[in-house]
Design a protein around this ligand. Structure first.
Ligand code: SF4
Ligand code: SF4
Length: 712
């Protein structure tokens, strides 16, 4: 069998080369006759593979005759295409003017669709024929599908189809590299590698591990590349922007398909996503002129596009996390996904479906490998942000934030906790683990209230001393997701989205106050319920679990991600701006009684400032800060979570974060340190400054009306 597979492999490689060349000819075709010849070539190949398939369905003389008849029939019909094209050209030239050149080929949607359909049909028939020749050894798992759907799925999920397509993509990307911008070629190269790493393609030992982990790593690298690309290129070619959202939508389906394949042995959705990916890809490469058209799209002004980007990437990540959980820790996750029966009355079906969906989402979003994968992806964007940050204090905070994510999102809950307490329930099922769980109540250990108190006293004291940035910009897992380059750039939606605009500034709107009140009442209520449950005085569950666990899971494993993908409509850091996070709300209270505030070195610099870069750079949308600086020389808002973008963005180095360290300095009569980064010279105003601070720092000596920007 090895010899047969080797020969088939060589033929498949030749087929990939040939198809890539045909696609290039299709792209370069300028005249109708050329296009007709390409269609004829593709029909010839389809006829040949179709004949082989027919033969294998009826092996022997009958099958041979049927196969030959089919091949001959399709080839003959195919020959009509160039013949009719020739007649048409001749007719035009004879009836018009002989010197009139033949009208050039108009490559519309129909031409692209025809070439894409023929290429796909060829690949499919080749895969089918090779599958039959090699003895159907690559048939999929039992699917419960009909025979036709099972066969179709088997062909698409076979190495003959998947690997040939991968080779074809890589070759076309190479052959057509001069016709597309570099980002498109890079994206297609990623696609080729991802298709090559299709887990269902081979049943060889070790392939599944390599392809699941390797494929996930490549997809994460692709997401990082795309995010960084859109961060650098504020304007995208319209065709490329559409290609990206279509591809990411398909990848969402593909990861869901891979999860179904790995968890339940259902390969159909994966096969369907492969076909969709090929259609998206072929439609793009056959008509490349759209990718060099001048139409551009400023994505920061297109909330719908940004939402699609985030939503599709998140769907892919969620299922990728589930797939990795299953692959790396099958002992923990196999059979762990909720599966209430979808039968009975409509109400029961809907209720069970909603419950399955909610707990699947929550289980995966709180799982080790999902969090590790998100940490790598979002952490990479934070590393880019780190590299371009000039302000030392912000750099230190970003480094601490990444370390905290690794420790508190991955290591302690998933590695340390399960190693030290192997018999205890998983961290996300325990009603009390400290700050993030709110007040909680489970008597997990006799000293639980001591642990709780210490947690609150420690984090509360740190917040009072250094501001809520201790929680909302360092300890919490959320800032790692918010502060990478591309996501941070989405703070522009805080000002452009009609909904997010309602939450701008440090003011607490009635809606904000109502939201925080509801959240705090829910926290206190579920905590008491949990306490009475755990001490045996009540027996109340919510969603089938402890009330405080449910609130935690709802807030941080479901709602947080839903709100994350809606950033283009609700704004960046919406947990802070909208006040729906109880942890953030508690942190606010500690900030209110603490030292933290923003201060400027010279009020007059702010009065003369025309850039207002500090306000523009704020991811929380505190647009009123310049007004406070001009009047009072400082700004105090419990919404401020100390990200420090404003400090780095001020072109005059006029701004700094004040906390307990500065309070001590004042007490000791020490000066405030000068701005650490290079700041613009400020042109000295000849007239006396009104209300200028006596402590004009070194480096702020002259003032200019230029408007540079330190913010991305
Ligand atoms: S408000 Fe809540 S979710 Fe948002 S950063 Fe702060 S602690 Fe994290
Ligand atoms: S950008 Fe700097 S100078 Fe301008 S208002 Fe903000 S803190 Fe003041």
């Amino acid at each position: 069998m090895l010899g047969v597979d080797l020969v088939l492999g060589i033929l498949a490689a030749l087929m990939a080369v040939f198809t890539a060349l045909v696609i290039r000819w299709a792209v370069e075709a300028r005249m109708p006759l050329q296009a007709a010849a390409i269609v004829f070539l593709l029909l010839m190949m389809a006829a040949m593979f179709g004949g082989i398939v027919v033969y294998f369905f009826h092996p022997g003389t009958t099958g041979l005759v049927e196969g030959l008849w089919l091949a001959a029939g399709v080839m003959s019909a195919g020959a009509l295409v160039p013949f009719l094209a020739f007649l048409r050209v001749a007719q035009v030239q004879l009836t018009a003017n002989e010197s009139l050149p033949t009208a050039p080929l108009r490559k519309g949607v129909a031409f692209g669709a025809l070439i894409a359909a023929l290429v796909l049909a060829n690949e499919f028939l080749m895969g089918w024929a090779f599958d039959l020749v090699s003895g159907l050894r690559f048939a999929p798992l039992a699917t419960g599908l009909g025979p036709l759907a099972t066969s179709v799925t088997a062909v698409i999920d076979s190495p003959w189809f998947l690997f040939t397509m991968a080779g074809e993509m890589a070759l076309t990307a190479y052959l057509l590299r001069s016709r597309f911008d570099r980002p498109f070629v890079i994206v297609v190269s990623f696609q080729a590698v991802l298709m090559l790493l299709s887990p269902p393609a081979l049943g060889l030992s070790g392939w599944r591990e390599i392809s699941v982990v390797g494929g996930s790593a490549v997809m994460i690298a692709l997401f990082v590349y795309l995010m960084e690309h859109i961060y650098r290129e504020k304007e995208l070619n319209v065709a490329f922007s559409r290609y990206l959202t279509r591809l990411l939508g398909v990848y969402g389906l593909m990861m869901a398909g891979l999860f179904l394949w790995a968890a339940y042995g259902q390969p159909l959705l994966f096969a369907a996503s492969i076909v969709l990916e090929m259609l998206v890809y072929l439609d793009a490469v056959v008509r490349p002129e759209r990718f060099s058209a001048p139409e551009r799209m400023v994505w920061q002004l297109n909330a719908n596009w940004a939402f699609q980007l985030l939503a599709f990437i998140f769907v892919a990540e969620l299922f990728m996390g589930a797939l990795l959980d299953l692959q790396i820790q099958p002992g923990v996750y196999a059979g762990a996904f909720p599966s209430l029966p979808l039968s009975g009355s409509t109400f029961i079906v809907l209720e069970n479906a909603a419950s399955n969906g909610f707990w699947f989402f929550a289980l995966v979003a709180g799982s080790t490998w999902f969090l590790a994968m998100m940490g790598i992806e979002m952490g990479a964007l934070v590393v880019f942000k780190f590299r371009e940050t000039r302000h030392l204090e912000t750099k230190i905070r970003l480094a601490l934030m990444m370390a905290c994510y690794g420790l508190f999102a991955v290591f302690f809950p998933s590695v340390y906790y399960s190693a030290v307490f192997p018999t205890w329930a998983s961290g996300t099922q325990v009603p009390i683990l400290g700050w993030s769980m709110g007040i909680g109540s489970a008597p997990l250990v006799p000293s639980v209230f001591v642990v709780l108190l210490v947690t609150y006293v420690a984090t509360g004291a740190l917040t009072a001393l250094f501001g809520r940035r201790v929680i909302c910009s360092v300890f919490c897992t959320a800032p790692l997701m918010y502060q990478g380059t591309a996501i941070d750039a989405m703070k522009s939606f805080n000002r452009s989205s009609p909904f997010a605009r309602k939450y701008l500034s440090s003011r607490f709107s009635a809606l904000y106050s109502t939201t925080t009140a509801v959240v705090l009442v829910a926290l206190v209520g579920t905590s008491f319920l949990s306490y009475f449950d755990q001490t045996g005085r009540l027996n109340i569950t919510v969603g089938g679990t402890d009330p405080s666990v449910f609130l935690f899971v709802l807030s941080f494993s479901v709602l947080w991600y839903v709100m994350f993908v809606t950033i283009p409509y609700t704004g960046n850091y919406n947990c802070v701006t909208m006040g729906w996070c109880y942890t953030g709300t508690i942190a606010q209270a500690f900030q209110k009684i603490g030292f933290f505030k923003l201060k400027v070195r010279d009020k007059q610099v702010c009065r003369d400032c025309t850039t207002l870069d500090c306000a523009k750079s704020c991811p929380v949308g505190l647009v009123d800060m310049p007004g406070h600086f001009r009047q009072k020389g400082e700004f105090r808002s419990t919404k401020c979570c100390g990200v420090g973008n404003c400090v780095g963005a001020c072109p005059y180095g006029n701004l700094y974060i004040y906390d307990v360290r500065h309070w001590f300095r004042n007490r000791l009569g020490l000066p405030i340190p000068p701005a650490s980064e290079v700041s613009l010279p400020v042109l000295r105003n000849p007239s006396p400054r009104v209300g200028a601070s006596p402590a004009v720092p070194a480096g702020v000596t002259t003032r200019t009306a230029t408007s540079p920007t330190g913010s991305p």
